[in-house]
Design a protein around this ligand. Structure first.
Ligand code: 5GP
Ligand code: ZN
Length: 113
């Protein structure tokens, strides 16, 4: 499959990994939008939010636990951070493998909700 994040999972493309287990990978974004910008992904190829299956519920839940752990390790848990998932064309999703942006290390602007 021609998926850049699957290639990162398979170590065909190098990345700066900050967390890895059998189900989840987290690595530094190549074009950071904040002092800390980490991409968290399931190793299972799920295209986008609308392709999440019932069987993925535990995995998606676990991603938030991992984000929690990474935020603490990166020292941004106390002052706060933002988690963003872009979905589809209007959501601005460019990579078609579901991913959670973890952004922090500064006061983030551009609050839209
Ligand atoms: P999207 O716009 O799809 O929500 O986010 C995709 C993110 O993946 C972008 O922030 C982009 O910088 C990041 N990205 C794309 N290709 C690579 C890559 O090869 N390595 C890393 N580390 N990040 C990437
Ligand atoms: Zn993929």
């Amino acid at each position: 499959m021609d998926c850049i994040f699957c290639k990162i999972i398979n170590k065909e493309i190098p990345s700066n990994i900050v967390y890895e287990d059998e189900e989840i990978l987290a690595f530094k974004d190549i074009a950071p939008q904040a002092p800390i910008h980490i991409v968290v992904i399931p190793k299972k190829h799920i295209g986008k939010i609308t392709q999440i299956q019932k069987e993925d519920e535990a995995l998606i839940g676990k991603i938030y636990s991992v984000i929690n752990q990474i935020a603490k390790e990166q020292g941004i848990a106390e002052e706060g951070f933002r988690v963003i998932i872009n979905c589809g064309e209007n959501g601005g999703q460019e990579v078609k493998h579901i991913h959670f942006h973890l952004l922090g290390g500064t006061k983030l602007s551009g609050k839209i909700v």
